[in-house]
Design a protein around this ligand. Structure first.
Ligand SMILES: Cc1cc2nc3c(=O)[nH]c(=O)nc-3n(C[C@H](O)[C@H](O)[C@H](O)COP(=O)(O)OP(=O)(O)OC[C@H]3O[C@@H](n4cnc5c(N)ncnc54)[C@H](O)[C@@H]3O)c2cc1C
Length: 406
């Protein structure tokens, strides 16, 4: 082998986050010469802050149905090839204690740092070379390899894996670099936008509700029409600027600007029937009566915004028609957000590299042999609850297994 050939890595993985470390470690442990490049000062910041510092690293209920993509079947192969059980086995081999919190969501008992250390050790086991912090300035295709221009050196590799994630939380170093590289090589990109993100409202419209900031309750939330209608039953949180909490983060991934969302603030109950049954001879104020099912602050403040301000009236004095109309409003509160809180507050980016240009088994660009895209950069976006990491692991592994030695 000549000197030039020795300098060339089999693989350069750009982005040492969840998907990048997974792809690098799998390829390295198969004997490939891998270099892992990241511009950040600290390794895997998103894993560190995830799940409130405990990393919701997978979800036992993962199926393709929990992923949003213009090509919903694309994720099937990778998810089937590396399941939540496979990741749990890896976590357990590293002695990391975990627990199930809610609806199949698995978290570390101690800290997300354990997952970062585990991935680092897996990379070391694959003798992966590190370049970090190392900004990547440009990628060019040469005759039989890629040339990666960094701040300090030019790195040559036969294959490149783009694992630079999405644009959520730019303050932690998130960029659109994967999308730029995709376009540079002629791949299509599905329009990116913030997802799993709080929804905001026009300040004037929100004024009466801003006093509810901090109030939380279980709701059912929906948006869309007909077959594209989506519904989640989760907790809602009122904030100064709008709505947040799991219910809103989930629906935000489906919401389109200008569209209303509809909230059922008493899901699973027949409020009209309950109010009419409780009415005869009832001297309680309506807001006091509603405090039985709602936080008191919500009952008082929300009813103050209802037509006719019925909250301070005695139950017995309120006409049946008014109670029925109020119940209908509580079960179907329609609101039109003015926007989202943006990438600074989003957990993920929706959209990304169009999967129709990628091979679903390997993540390789069909038209650019040797170029791969994994993780959040790809147009596959999971629900809240550990699904985005499961996609990162599964797409990273699919790619790591497919990469080729010289
Ligand atoms: C606050 C928060 C909490 C979250 N909690 C969870 C959770 O509990 N469970 C879950 O499943 N998902 C969670 N997510 C989503 C999850 O973190 C991401 O979907 C996942 O990290 C994506 O993995 P990735 O490897 O594709 O990208 P990332 O993990 O974002 O890694 C991308 C890497 O690329 C590097 N990079 C970016 N641009 C460049 C460049 N130009 N040059 C070199 N390097 C670059 C970055 O520094 C980074 O290290 C959370 C996200 C946020 C923001």
């Amino acid at each position: 082998m000549g000197r030039a050939a020795q300098r060339v890595f089999d693989v350069a993985v750009i982005g040492a986050g969840a998907a990048g470390m997974m792809a690098a470690s799998v390829a390295g442990q198969r004997g490939l010469r891998v270099v892992l490049i990241d511009h950040a000062q600290r390794l895997a910041e998103k894993i560190r802050i995830s799940g409130g510092g405990r990393c919701n690293f997978t979800n036992l209920g993962t199926t393709p149905a929990q992923f949003i993509s213009q090509n919903p079947n694309f994720c099937r192969s990778a998810l089937a090839g590396y399941t939540p059980r496979d990741f749990i086995d890896l976590v357990e081999r590293h002695g990391i204690a975990w627990h199930e919190k809610h609806r199949g969501q698995l978290f570390c008992d101690e800290s997300s740092e354990a997952i970062i250390r585990m991935l680092e050790q897996e990379c070391d086991a694959g003798r992966v070379s590190w370049r970090m912090p190392c900004p990547v300035q440009a990628i060019a295709r040469e005759a039989d390899h890629f040339s990666i221009k960094t701040g300090g050196e030019s790195i040559e590799a036969r294959q490149v894996v783009m694992a630079t994630g999405g644009m959520a939380i730019p303050q932690l170093g998130a960029t659109d670099f994967a999308l730029k590289v995709a376009r540079q090589f002629g791949l299509k990109v599905v329009e990116p936008r913030p997802a799993l993100v709080p929804l905001t409202f026009d300040a004037e419209h929100w004024k009466p509700f801003s006093a509810l900031s901090g109030v939380s309750l279980e709701v059912s939330v929906r948006c869309g029409q007909g077959r594209s209608k989506t519904v989640f039953l989760e907790d809602l949180l009122f904030t100064h600027r709008g709505l947040s909490g799991p219910a809103i983060l989930q629906i935000s991934s489906y919401w389109h600007p200008g569209e209303p969302i509809e909230l059922d603030l008493a899901p699973g109950q027949d409020l009209a029937e309950a109010l009419l049954a409780a009415k005869p001879g009832n001297r309680q104020q309506l807001d006091t009566a509603l405090s039985a099912i709602w936080p008191k602050r919500l009952a008082e403040q929300w009813l103050a915004t209802a037509p006719g301000r019925p909250g301070a009236q005695r139950m017995a004095d309120i006409p049946d028609k008014t109670l029925r109309a109020l119940a209908a409003r509580i079960h179907g509160w329609r609101l039109t957000p003015s926007g989202t809180a943006g990438y600074r507050k989003a957990e993920v980016m929706r959209g990304g590299v169009d999967t129709r240009g990628l091979d679903q088994k390997t993540m390789q660009a069909k038209a650019v042999p040797g170029l791969y895209f994994v993780g959040e950069a790809v147009d596959v976006t999971g629900w809240l609850g550990g699904y985005n990491f499961q996609w990162a692991w599964a797409s990273g592994v699919a790619c790591g297994r497919a990469l080729q030695a010289a």
